[in-house]
Design a binder for this molecule. Structure first.
Ligand code: ADP
Ligand code: ZN
Ligand code: ZN
Length: 737
């Protein structure tokens, strides 16, 4: 009689616990490994569970245990290191384990599909294509580019070509001309290539880059903050670090912010390396995503580039993790499993004993603090690579000045000068839509969202009112609903309006708007970026989407027309975010041979924060902010957690949080270690028809906080209001709204 076994499973439910099951019937000889998926009955549902541990004892009478229906994997779908990362994250973020594993698995594996690598279409040059002289396609530059790519790479998957911004039409015409051959190959990861993986010559590092690169240690864990101004050549340092890792036969994982993962970025990696690259971006369908994930986890893909959730991608031989634009808020998930991919990257790198590079021009205060205190090694690139100069900066005081279309005369003439000189101008305005307010001139009525504490934004294309928080939409009233006056006006400036009005001022200049509305369509962003990169004179108008890592060599003037919002934000991170955004936008100016300048309009040109940012630079500015945080006992000097609650009835939400606070205070009485604030209404008290409250916990002890949250979580789960109030724990919250 073999010893009985029990399976400890993580099941995707909102409950903060694991579940025990019996193995499926007649599976006596089955080999069990943590990380395998099973199909299990759960209530009236059938769910996909992850085996976390094989137990030989159970505290539950075996008769009460249900049996799993089937095991879905002969070998683990998630390897031991990812299981470790998930377990760590579930504990640290106090998240139900089932939700954590759901995030780690691609959708199709979550749904119980087979984890099998399948064949993929590839292209290579035909004999004729190989024979064609380099100048043979002069009149079809896109086709010539593909030929050059394939000359350097021997073969590329259709996916990789698409990632490099090659269209199907281009491929088709080359195929029709007989220059390319299409074939199907099943990826296999026999022996990783340890040489010949460079598809182009590396740049000669400059002195600063060389110092940074030489500081990297590849044989153990260390986190590095690579703080380098925009255009200082951080990416080149990443590329050479990756080359080093590939030479050791290892893989590299690169995390990139959500909208930074463009073909422009991917193209840079594709051009440099002659190895399979898996790109995990939002443009993939579930099938493609699964294949990319499997290519990484089988060790076929040598470089994995992805957004937040890619931190959970299994690798057979991890060698380095790189987080680009580490300050970007998209690395923190804001709902459900509220993890920070950047912080998990440090945990994972430590587990594998490999280096982690956090790169940015504008480090998050947490990261800067870690670097200053010596926990992370601080590497700095102060100068722009390739000889480009830092842009000159001008603060434009607009108090009492006439504004045309939100822009002061002096700035308008500067824009005009640049356009006349054949350059590109970037106008930054962090508000999409036509206007932020619709107001009645006669009685002061404003169009408000009926479900949120906010105003409705006016849109003209198509014409309607839109709530940017709950998506509520309605038509624009022809007259004031309150006093029936016809004097209903759109007030203030959004990108849509700015585009229209700039077009009227510059009728012969192309105006390109980049915001969420103009980039919704698939490939729209890439088409716009392509157009900008032709270098023709134009005015770009856009939101923060323009700030993220793009390289616009022909932009010589960046006009920031409204930067004051961050100064008076209710969120304690407001100034930090403002500083990052302004610095990143300003960094788009003069990145190549043409010198750049930045003009920032403000009603508060003598505000110490604006002065410090503009004249001392982000690093000094951030150090001022750190001092303020220290005085105020806020992160990174203390640790924060929020318990958030929302309900249709405000009283129920506060009642649950009051209970949470009372529980917490009865468990821990030292007010030095733990401080509570709340329950208080969130900045936007009502959103989507629900009232939102939060209890803030501030502590100097992560372990005490973690233990406390664990206890509170279980109490809240069992509280009668659990069904009526939506609540969540947010550890290290980034979004206090
Ligand atoms: P960052 O990532 O810091 O914004 P990039 O790596 O994009 O900077 O570099 C900015 C520009 O400088 C790019 O066009 C890049 O090709 C060029 N560059 C980077 N390093 C060097 C170098 N060592 N020599 C010459 N050009 C370089
Ligand atoms: Zn009115
Ligand atoms: Zn709303």
């Amino acid at each position: 009689m073999p010893e009985p076994i029990y399976l400890k499973l993580a099941i995707p439910t909102p409950l903060r616990r694991h579940f025990e099951y019996l193995p499926p019937p007649s599976s006596e000889d089955f080999q069990w490994f943590p990380g395998q998926r099973l199909r299990v009955p759960f209530g009236r549902q059938v769910l996909t569970a992850i085996l976390v541990e094989v137990l030989h004892e159970t505290t539950i009478p075996p008769k009460q245990l249900k049996a799993a229906q089937a095991c879905l994997d002969p070998s683990p779908a998630l390897p031991a290191d990812i299981l470790h990362l998930c377990a760590w994250a579930a504990q640290y973020y106090q998240c139900p384990p089932g939700e954590v594993y759901s995030t780690a698995l691609p959708a199709l594996l979550r749904q119980g599909e087979q984890a099998t690598l399948t064949g993929e279409p590839y292209y290579r040059l035909s004999t004729e294509g190989k024979g064609l002289p380099e100048t043979g396609l002069k009149r079809a530059p896109k086709q010539a580019e593909v030929l050059a790519l394939l000359r350097a790479h021997k073969q590329l998957s259709v996916m990789a070509l698409k990632d490099s911004n090659v269209s199907s039409a281009t491929l088709k015409s080359l195929e029709t001309k007989g220059l390319l051959e299409r074939f199907i190959e099943v990826p296999c990861a026999d022996a990783p290539q340890r040489e010949g993986f460079l598809a182009e010559i590396e740049l000669q590092l400059n002195e600063e880059q060389e110092i940074a690169f030489e500081a990297l240690q590849f044989d153990r864990y260390q986190s590095y903050l690579l703080e380098g101004t925009t255009g200082s050549g951080k990416t080149e340092v990443y590329l050479q670090a990756i080359a080093r890792v590939l030479a050791d036969g290892k893989q590299a994982l690169v995390l990139i912010p959500e909208i930074g993962l463009t073909p422009q970025t991917l193209g840079r990696f594709q051009r440099r390396f002659n190895v399979p690259i898996a790109a995990l971006h939002s443009g993939l369908n579930d099938k493609e995503r699964l294949q990319a994930w499997l290519q990484a986890s089988h060790g076929y893909a040598r470089i994995i580039i992805g957004t937040r959730s890619a931190i959970f991608t299994p690798m057979t031989a991890p060698g380095i993790i790189i987080v680009d634009e580490e300050h970007d808020t998209s690395f923190k998930q804001q709902d459900g499993f509220r993890y920070s991919a950047r912080d998990l990257a440090a945990v994972r790198a430590n587990h594998h004993q490999i280096p982690l590079i956090l790169g940015t021009a504008t480090p998050a205060l947490e990261t800067l603090h870690n670097a200053i205190s010596g926990r992370y090694q601080h590497l700095r690139l102060a100068n722009r690579a390739a000889g480009a100069k830092a842009p000159s900066v001008k603060l434009l005081d607009i108090r009492g000045q006439r504004l045309q279309h939100g822009i002061a005369d002096e700035l308008l003439s500067a824009i005009s000068d640049e356009v006349m000189a054949g350059n590109q101008v970037l106008v930054f305005l962090n508000r999409r839509g036509f206007a932020p307010t619709l107001m009645c001139h006669d009685c002061g009525w404003q169009a408000l969202c009926p479900y949120c504490d906010t105003r409705l934004t006016v849109h003209q294309q198509p014409r309607h009112l839109h709530c940017h928080h709950c998506d509520h939409q309605r038509r624009i009233p022809g007259q004031c609903p309150s006093c029936h006056s016809l004097e209903v006006q759109a007030l203030g400036m959004g990108t849509e309006r700015s585009e229209t009005e700039l077009q009227a001022l510059f009728p012969n200049t192309r105006i390109i708007r980049i915001d969420r509305d103009t980039t919704r369509r698939k490939n729209a962003m890439n088409d716009l970026l392509d157009e900008i990169n032709t270098g023709k004179p134009c005015i770009l108008v856009g939101t923060q989407m323009l700030a993220k890592g793009h390289h616009f060599p022909d932009v010589t003037l960046v006009a920031i027309i409204d930067a004051d919002g961050g100064l008076f934000s209710a969120d304690f991170r407001g100034p930090e975010r403002m500083g990052q955004l302004i610095t990143q936008v300003a960094g788009r100016a003069g990145r190549a041979s043409k010198p750049g300048r930045v003009v920032l309009q403000s009603h508060h040109t003598d505000h110490p924060m604006i002065m410090s940012l503009m004249f001392e630079g982000y690093h000094r500015f951030a150090r001022h902010l750190l001092r303020e945080r220290q005085v105020a006992n806020m992160p990174p000097y203390r640790y924060l957690a929020l318990i958030k609650a929302e309900a249709q009835d405000a009283q129920l939400a506060t009642q649950l949080l009051t209970y949470a606070r009372e529980m917490a205070e009865s468990i821990h009485t030292s007010s030095d270690t733990l401080q509570f604030l709340g329950p208080l209404p969130a900045n936007m008290e009502r959103r989507g028809g629900r009232f939102r409250f939060q209890l803030q916990i501030n502590t100097n002890s992560r372990s005490i906080l973690n233990k406390l949250l664990g206890e509170i979580g279980l109490k809240l789960e069992n509280h009668p209001l659990n069904r009526k109030v939506r609540w969540a724990i947010d550890v290290d919250p980034q979004d206090m709204s």
